[in-house]
Each structure stands twice: as structure tokens, then as C-alpha cells.
Design a protein around this ligand. Structure first.
Ligand code: ADP
Ligand code: ADP
Length: 226
């Protein structure tokens, strides 16, 4: 079973930038996949298309076998996205952000609190659960977004540069957490521009440059070649 199938994806933004020039790739269910590349390569556009936030210009996208053009509603709840920007209400405390998010997916209030509290503890946010989120450090805000992306129990977690601007201690603990989530069966795709991060975490890697997938291989195979 493939978690993700991209077939010949092109994306031309309004204004004419061709961000993706025909990307094809597959990610197996259970995999931990990194999309590596320099700034402007097309990483965010690719994961935006997989999470249905960005409209593709051409090509086919399937998530768990569902075509996003026609069957998005069937698969939406299987996807969790951690975007790059902090897009939560900074006046709300973490507990409220998580419980509200669970509510969007129709999770009952009692269950929502149980799930929220589990992730607040696991991601070391417990002490700040009732504080306005603007008081959280950058690393804590990132972890809050990871918790929010997981609260409805998706089978696919997509993260856009999850450790950007995070110090090495916190980065390591985030890596441990993501490995644990993956070991529990969640397929993970992340973008990064650190090869080291991909090496620490991922089984497969795609390297994207100027809208073209220039490598798509196992981490092992790539490292053997470097
Ligand atoms: P990366 O995530 O690898 O840094 P992006 O996918 O963000 O790359 O961007 C790929 C290209 O598309 C860049 O040239 C970027 O400036 C352009 N781009 C990204 N988002 C938009 C947008 N919303 N409108 C116009 N151009 C965009
Ligand atoms: P789409 O074609 O996917 O609907 P748009 O071209 O409408 O995307 O752009 C989405 C938003 O991103 C716009 O509000 C635009 O202002 C903003 N944007 C424009 N250029 C860029 C860029 N180079 N990088 C990131 N965002 C951009």
C-alpha cells in the first residue's frame, strides 16, 4: 500500500513561477521519507499539494489510494500537517488549541481532553498547557503544532521544516518523538535542508532542486555513495 503517489506533478504559480516541473514519487505506508533541497526548490509546494492546500497545475495525487481530485473527503482525516509558519491563535492556550482541533474532526470532548493531555505530556508542553501560546518558546510552538497535527489520529504526518530555528537539544527530543510516532505506524514525510536530519530519521529520501526530483532513493544507498 502506498501512502502517497505523485504522478507528474507540475505547479505554476500565478505570476508564472514554475515551482514543480513534473515530480513523480511514491512513499510506502509506514515509511519515514525526507524531501531535501535548497530554499526555493519546491519542497513546500510539494507537501502543500499532498495535503491539498496548494492546487496543482497538472498531474495526479493519491493518498492511501484515494485520488485527491475526486476523493479528498475520504482521506482528509488521515492526514496531519505541520506547516512552517505558526498559524494557531497565540492568545489561546495549548490545551484549548488541541481540544478545538479535535472538535473539528468530530472527536468528543472527553476523548479530546484525553488525547490533548497525552500529547502535552509527551511533547513536554504540560507546564505551559494553560498559558497563552504566545508565551511559548519557538521550539514549544513547533511541538504544539506537531501535537495539533496528530490529535485526530492521522495515518500520515507531513511536516514542513519541523526543526527550523530549534536548538540542538530540543531538535534531538523532537527527532526521538517522531521516531516513536513512526514506529507506532504513522507514515512521516518531512522537508528539511539538513542532510543530518534526514540521515538521523529517514529510510527514504528525495532530493529536489529547481522543481525537479534529482534523487529518490534509500538513505542507506545515498550514504554509501557519498
Ligand atoms: P521550498 O519549500 O523548497 O523553499 P517552495 O515550494 O516554497 O520551495 O517554492 C518553490 C518556488 O515557488 C519558489 O520560487 C517560490 O518563490 C515560489 N512560490 C512558492 N509559493 C508561491 C506562491 N504562493 N506564489 C508564487 N510563487 C510561489
Ligand atoms: P495558488 O495558485 O496555489 O492558489 P497563489 O498563487 O494564489 O497560490 O498564492 C497564494 C498566496 O501566496 C498569495 O496570497 C501570494 O501573495 C503568496 N505568495 C506570492 N508569491 C509568493 C512567494 N514567492 N512565496 C511565498 N508566497 C507567495
Amino acid at each position: 500500500m502506498h501512502a502517497i503517489e505523485l504522478e507528474n506533478i507540475r505547479k505554476v504559480y500565478k505570476g508564472g513561477v514554475e515551482a514543480l516541473k513534473g515530480i513523480s514519487l511514491r512513499v510506502e505506508e509506514g515509511d519515514f521519507y525526507a524531501l531535501l533541497g535548497p530554499n526555493g526548490a519546491g519542497k513546500s509546494t510539494t507537501i502543500g499539494i499532498i495535503s491539498s492546500l496548494v492546487n496543482k497545475t497538472e498531474g495526479k495525487v493519491k493518498v492511501f489510494g484515494y485520488d485527491l481530485d475526486t476523493q479528498l473527503e475520504s482521506v482528509k482525516a488521515q492526514i496531519g500537517l505541520v506547516p512552517q509558519e505558526f498559524n494557531f491563535n497565540q492568545f489561546e492556550p495549548p490545551i484549548q488549541i488541541l481540544v478545538n482541533q479535535a472538535g473539528y474532526y468530530g472527536i468528543k470532548r472527553k476523548d479530546a481532553f484525553i488525547r490533548a493531555e497525552k500529547y502535552l505530556r509527551q511533547l513536554d508542553l504540560w507546564g505551559k498547557r494553560n498559558a497563552p501560546s504566545r508565551e511559548l518558546s519557538g521550539g514549544m510552538k513547533r511541538r504544539l503544532m506537531i501535537a495539533r497535527a496528530l490529535i485526530h489520529g492521522p495515518r500520515l504526518l507531513i511536516l514542513d521544516e519541523p526543526t527550523a530555528g530549534v536548538d540542538i537539544e530540543v531538535r534531538r527530543s523532537m527527532w526521538e518523538f517522531l521516531k516513536k510516532i513512526n514506529a507506532e505506524g504513522v507514515t512521516i514525510v518531512l522537508t528539511t535542508h539538513y542532510l543530518e536530519e534526514a540521515e538521523m530519521l529517514c529510510r527514504h529520501i528525495g532530493i529536489i532542486d529547481k522543481g525537479i526530483l534529482v534523487e529518490n532513493t534509500s538513505m542507506k544507498e545515498l550514504l554509501a555513495r557519498l
